[in-house]
Every structure is written in structure tokens, then in C-alpha cells.
Design a protein around this ligand. Structure first.
Ligand code: TYM
Length: 335
């Protein structure tokens, strides 16, 4: 089976973009692949953070992974910080990564601009840690939303550079080349209040996103208030109508109905109609997730056991790769 690795940052709660762009396809394909899904808590400290909130949202995110349908029997689920190899490999890769590659990253530039004085070395290094996440597991495929494209490209470049420097003239392959796996239809879910910017945890306005834990009345209110336009009918892919495209796309992602069918069904409808059916579809989708989530959080013994097992399996795979990387770079092993 091909190996899959992906992860989510435990900052704030998960939203519909995380679900439709990433987690839903992890769940759908999990029987086909050998899966590693991590909660990247080390990534969550690259900007100033509150320790208590980190502890809480790491567990919340793990519970949501399970509630969304990830099955610990087929998927190893673990916290990144429980596998020391992530931080260790990051150091090794740091020393093989030109700093200019990191300074060019779009997400770094955006976050650095916002962080002002508080730009940490970690923020710049973020994509190298992400490359380590992927390379440690010899992942064939990395299922993500399309905002992660540039990071994955960089991971491949870092791998390429490491290979040139240390793969003993191609005789020994340390890291496998990872491919990006994009969910074609809903690779980018946009904000509810502005169809030109992506739905994001860090948006100040909570009305810009649907959180997976939003109760039905909040979902209804947010959808009711979301931005629309005054053109008749509804359609996909009209660049003049990003909000219209977004609502139809979300509906498509949540229901799984083919795009052509949705386009035909709503061609002559108005926003009132799509808002109503979308609200119903979202409540129907999210309610069972929220119920399971509540059960998992009430007594966290099971959740912690899942994370313990996941970390054990992850550690055994990751430490093998780390040892290969260390040895190819010339570190002494005492066997
Ligand atoms: P993060 O936590 O921002 O997002 C987690 C996943 O959700 C997807 N996503 C979206 N997809 C569609 N529309 C949106 N509006 C939207 N917002 C988020 C992201 O593409 C992602 O797949 N750097 C990563 C975390 C990470 C990682 C990794 C991912 C660290 N190491 C290794 C894959 C492999 C991040 O910040 O994702």
C-alpha cells in the first residue's frame, strides 16, 4: 500500500476548509493507504501562543480526527511532539537548506508581516519542520488543500538537495519523493464574508468560517449572513461571483453531489434557496461529528490510548529514517 502522511495545526478549532480540503479525503481513502495523520503541535508554537490553549486544542484536534471518521485501526494518529525525530531531522535538514528558499515562502512573508517584532526563527523554519514530517515517513502521498502547495514543493526541493549532497552517489536512498494529493473540487474553501480570501483559523471574524463544532443555530446564522451578490441565478466559476461559487462548492463538498448536477439544479435559484439547503446539509453532516466528539472528550482515556499507540508506530518508522539520514551525513553509530 502507498504511504500517506498529513497533518493539521492545533491552533483554534478546525473549520470547514480543513474538513473539505483535507480531513474528508483522508477518511474517504484511508482503507486504500497506509496512513499517518499527525497533529502538528510543534508548528503551533511558531507564533506567540498560550500553553493552556495549545494543550487543549491538541486534544480537541485529535478528538475531531476520530469524530470525523479516522479509524485508529487503519490510521496512525499521533502528536508531532511525541516523536522526537521530527525536531532532530529538522536540524539536519536546516543545515542542507539555503535560507533564501525560506525567505521566499509566501506564508512566511504574510505571517512575518503580521507578527512584526515577534518573528521567531521558528516561523522561518516552519517549512523545514514540515518537510521533516513528510520525509520521515517515506510518504508517497500528502493529501492537503491547495494552500500547502508551496510548502510541499519546498519539501521536494529539500529532499532533492539532501539527495545530491548525501545519497552516496544514488546508491542509497534516504528519503522517498512525496507527491501532493489535492482534492480537486474543494481544494480551496473561501471565507463566508469574502469569496476572494480563504477560510482560515486566523481570520479575526468568526463569521468568516464554519467551525466543525459550531452548533446548528450558529451555522444557520453564519450562512444567513454570508456575503452574496445581486445577479440572478446561481453558477460555478464566474470570477465576478466568488461568493456564489464558494457556496455551491461547499455544498458540493458536503453532499458529494456531482458539480454538473448542482449547477443544473441551482441555475435558476436564488441565494435564499442555496442557503437553506446548505444549512441543512451542514447540520446533517456536522451533528454526528459533534456527538462523537463530545463522547471522546468526556473521558479522554481512549483518546490518549489512541495517541499513545499512534506515537509508538510513528516512532518506529521515523527513527529508522532518522538513523539513515544521520548515517548518510556522517554521524558515528556505535553498533
Ligand atoms: P493547516 O493546519 O493550516 O490546515 C490543515 C489542512 O487543511 C487545509 N486547509 C484548507 N483546505 C481548503 N480550503 C481552506 N480554506 C483550507 N484551510 C486549510 C490545508 O491545506 C491543510 O491540508 N502546514 C500545514 C500543517 C502541516 C502539514 C505537515 C500538512 C505540518 N506538517 C505535513 C501536511 C504534511 C498547515 O498549516 O495546515
Amino acid at each position: 500500500k502507498l504511504r500517506v502522511l498529513s497533518g493539521v495545526q492545533p491552533t483554534g478549532t478546525l473549520h470547514l476548509g480543513n474538513y473539505l480540503g483535507a480531513i474528508q479525503q483522508w477518511v474517504k481513502n484511508q482503507d486504500k493507504f497506509d496512513n499517518f495523520f499527525t497533529i502538528v503541535d510543534l508548528h503551533a508554537i511558531t507564533l506567540p501562543h498560550d500553553p493552556k490553549a495549545l494543550r487543549q486544542s491538541s486534544m480537541t484536534t485529535a478528538a475531531l480526527y476520530l469524530a470525523c471518521g479516522l479509524d485508529p485501526k487503519t490510521s496512525s494518529i499521533f502528536l508531532q511532539s511525541h516523536v522526537p525525530a521530527h525536531a532532530e531531522l529538522t536540524w539536519l535538514l536546516n543545515c542542507a537548506t539555503p535560507i533564501g528558499w525560506l525567505e521566499r515562502m509566501v506564508q512566511y512573508k504574510e505571517k512575518a508581516r503580521k507578527a512584526g517584532e515577534n518573528v521567531s526563527v521558528g516561523l522561518l523554519d516552519y517549512p523545514v519542520l514540515m518537510a521533516a514530517d513528510i520525509l520521515l515517513y517515506q510518504a508517497d502521498l500528502v493529501p492537503v488543500g491547495d494552500d500547502q502547495n508551496q510548502h510541499l514543493e519546498l519539501a521536494r526541493n529539500i529532499r532533492g538537495r539532501f539527495k545530491n549532497l548525501y545519497d552516496k552517489r544514488g546508491k542509497r536512498r534516504v528519503f522517498k519523493e512525496p507527491k501532493t494529493l489535492l482534492q480537486k473540487d474543494v481544494a480551496r474553501v473561501m471565507a463566508l464574508d469574502d469569496g476572494t480570501k480563504k477560510m482560515s483559523k486566523s481570520d479575526e471574524s468568526d463569521n468568516s468560517r464554519i467551525n466543525l463544532l459550531d452548533p446548528p443555530d450558529v451555522i444557520a446564522r453564519k450562512i444567513k449572513r454570508c456575503k452574496t451578490d445581486s445577479i440572478a441565478g446561481l453558477q460555478f466559476d464566474n470570477p465576478e461571483r466568488p461568493e456564489c461559487n464558494n457556496l455551491l462548492t461547499i455544498y458540493q463538498g458536503v453532499t458529494g453531489i456531482p458539480k454538473e448536477d448542482i449547477a443544473a439544479e441551482f441555475a435558476d435559484s436564488n441565494f435564499g434557496t442555496i442557503k437553506k439547503v446548505l444549512t441543512e446539509a451542514l447540520v446533517e453532516k456536522l451533528t454526528p461529528i459533534q456527538t462523537t466528539y463530545g463522547e471522546l472528550m468526556e473521558d479522554q482515556t481512549y483518546l490518549k490510548q489512541v495517541l499513545r499507540n499512534g506515537a509508538e508506530r510513528a516512532n518506529s518508522v521515523a527513527s529508522d529514517t532518522l538513523a539513515k539520514a544521520q548515517s548518510s551525513m556522517g554521524f558515528v553509530t556505535l553498533d
